[in-house]
Every structure is written in C-alpha cells, then in structure tokens.
Write a protein that binds this ligand. Structure first.
Ligand code: SF4
Ligand code: SF4
Length: 103
C-alpha cells in the first residue's frame, strides 16, 4: 500500500511535503517525489493536501480495491474521495468538512 505521484500534474507547491508526518516527500526539479516508497504507511495526508490531484493512493486487493486509485478533491466545504477503478468507472464519498466530527 502506498501513494504514487503523477509528476506531470505536480506544480511544485510543496504542500504535500509540509504535511507528510514521515518527512518522506521532497521537491526535486520543481516537482514532488517520495524518498522511498517502502517507508510510506498510507496515512493519505499528502493525497488530501494536493490541490492538483497529483497524488493517489493505491487501493490494494486487501482493501477491496484490486488496482483502484483513491484521489481527493478538496473544496472549501467538502472533501470528495474519488475512487477510480481499472475499468474506468468511478465512485466517490463526499465528506462535509464542517460536520466531520459527526461521522
Ligand atoms: S501517505 Fe502519508 S506517509 Fe505516505 S507519503 Fe503521504 S503523507 Fe507521507
Ligand atoms: S501538493 Fe501536489 S502539486 Fe503540490 S508539490 Fe505535492 S504533488 Fe506537487
């Protein structure tokens, strides 16, 4: 289980590096990369923080994902978790950030 950075989408804002609790993300040549993907424990903080959907989390088979990818679309009031499946379909879970403590 890990994240993957689609470097062609990255704009080098550095927000992912600021929130990674393991200090695993760095900017190189103006784009983010992970030092060693084996150290990532999948907290998804960087996925949530990225404004460009440039980072996704692998949904492995043991999570029922079977190759799916989990992205986050953040807006002022909501966080939309988007699961993109290998067949091209998508599912999503919308979280109201102002009521997050009620979930
Ligand atoms: S998922 Fe968490 S631990 Fe892994 S790179 Fe992103 S912020 Fe760091
Ligand atoms: S948050 Fe996204 S756009 Fe910003 S540096 Fe990280 S991967 Fe690139």
């Amino acid at each position: 289980m890990s994240i993957f950075i689609e470097r062609e989408k990255c704009v080098g804002c550095g927000r992912c590096a600021e929130v990674c609790p393991g200090n695993l993300l760095i900017l190189r040549d103006g784009r983010a990369q992970i030092r060693d993907v084996r150290d990532c424990w999948g907290c998804t903080a960087c996925v949530k923080e990225c404004p460009r959907e440039a980072i996704f989390y692998y949904l492995a088979a043991d999570l029922g994902g079977a190759g799916g990818r989990l992205y986050a679309r953040d807006t002022q009031d909501s966080l939309n978790w988007v699961m993109k499946w290998p067949d091209g379909s998508e599912d999503s879970i919308l979280v109201n950030k102002k009521k997050a403590n009620e979930y």
